[in-house]
Design a protein around this ligand. Structure first.
Ligand SMILES: *Cc1c(COP(=O)(O)O)cnc(C)c1O
Length: 399
């Protein structure tokens, strides 16, 4: 077999758990029916499986099954939540509050809504990546219709105080949406305790298949939402399109496994994460990005002094598969908007490594990664310091 690098990019996506694949397989070939076919057994089987999956996913976030709308993933769920609320509520108000460190799947729909005349407040975060509740309190206006704050950050892993944010929104009768793509199956989510009205989910960050997710839409009190896809009236008219039973069954299985394993996996990954961090610290000039404890167990994000970010990733790509930030922005040379929001200067924001540890990461892999990363950083620093300090400095500034 060809040697492949150690996979530590679990915030970009995760492998599908074999038990998830096993649950999905019968729905491709044997139980292949359309869940909307109500006249025969093929349809009924598929419909029963979807109903079961819907219950599992709803229970995982303390919702009821009728509050789950299946989508193609968290991007679509975010779009439905943001545009759907905006369209339903524009006569009541046109102000939306979100945070600078959100995923592009929230920021881009917000930018689109701004082009239609909505006003968006992008709140700054504290240097640990967390939203200050006072900042939020001051941002509310009479015409605020929605607050959107992610549960767990995809770059720095920080966990926003959803319950406190939700309470502030509820007091003011403002709808509260959260992008829970990195959180589902990894940290406890409770739509009631957190006062969530809308919650976006996806399967592929939690060992499920790509291309399936859901939007939780609160029924009591009812959240008004305008559909963004029309045709056929599936999902109570909120999202037309034939349901995809294998993906839905896989999504539910992934969520179920995530919940079962949560406590143990969380302890194990926290320990591995700490081992990695303590293993890299002796290099010096290593800066942890994001709150040290209020973060996803499998996330470590560090900025490295005295190296070029691109050279660092290039030097590592044969040994360890990771990125400096969101998967969708690694192609661009701009430093991460999340790290900049923490107040990191350009060089440190640029020279960052996002480690995403997961269910299949082993202690042996972490030991090898510590060695590989240490060797690469030392070699790059040596080159920069001894061979051509001025040129490396200029090269960096010119980019
Ligand atoms: C991955 C991710 C998304 C996009 O989810 P898809 O299901 O791939 O569309 C959105 N938000 C966050 C925070 C993510 O990590």
């Amino acid at each position: 077999m060809v040697h492949r690098p150690i996979y530590l990019d679990c915030h970009a996506t995760t492998p599908v758990d074999a038990r998830v694949v096993e649950a999905m397989v019968p729905f491709f070939t044997e139980h292949f029916g359309n869940p909307a076919s109500l006249t025969h057994a093929y349809g009924w089987e598929a419909e029963a499986a979807v109903t079961q999956a819907r219950s599992t996913i709803a229970a995982a976030i303390k919702a009821s099954p009728e509050e789950i709308v299946f989508t193609s993933g968290a991007t679509e769920a975010n779009n439905l939540a943001l545009k759907g609320i905006a369209e339903a509520c524009f006569s009541r108000g046109r102000h939306i509050i979100t945070v600078e460190t959100e995923h592009n799947a929230v920021l881009d729909p917000c930018q689109y809504l701004a082009s239609l005349g909505f006003e968006i407040s992008y709140l700054p975060v504290q240097s640990n990546g967390l939203l200050d509740l006072k900042t939020l309190e001051q941002a509310f206006r009479d015409d605020t219709i929605l607050v959107s704050v992610m549960a767990a950050n995809n770059e720095i892993g920080v966990l926003q105080p959803l319950a406190d944010i939700g309470a502030l929104c509820r007091d003011r009768n403002v709808f509260f949406h959260s992008d829970g793509a990195q959180a589902i199956g990894k940290i406890p989510l409770d739509v009631n305790a957190m006062h969530l009205d809308l919650l976006s989910l996806t399967a592929h960050k939690v060992y499920g298949p790509k291309g399936i997710g859901a939007l939780y839409v609160r029924r009591r009190p009812r959240v008004p939402l305008v559909a963004q896809l029309h045709g056929g009236g599936h999902e109570r008219g909120l999202r037309s399109g034939t349901l995809y039973p294998p993906q839905i069954v896989g999504f539910a299985k992934a969520v179920e496994l995530g919940l079962t394993a949560m406590a143990l996996e969380s302890d194990r990954l926290t320990a591995l994460r700490q081992r990695l961090w303590h293993g890299l610290q002796p290099l010096g000039g290593m800066h942890l990005n994001g709150d040290p404890t209020r973060r996803l167990p499998g996330n470590l994000n560090v900025s490295v002094e005295g190296v070029d970010g691109q050279a660092l990733l290039l030097g590592l790509r044969g040994t360890v598969a990771l990125s400096s930030g969101a998967a969708c922005s690694t192609a661009s040379t701009a430093p991460s908007h999340v790290l900049q929001a923490l107040g990191r200067d350009h060089d440190l924001a640029y020279a960052s490594l996002r480690f995403g540890l997961g269910r299949f990461t082993t202690a042996d892999e972490i030991a090898r990664v510590i060695t590989a990363v240490s060797d690469t950083i030392q070699a790059l620093r040596q080159t920069a310091a001894t061979v051509n300090p001025i040129a490396s400095q200029i090269g960096h500034n010119e980019r």
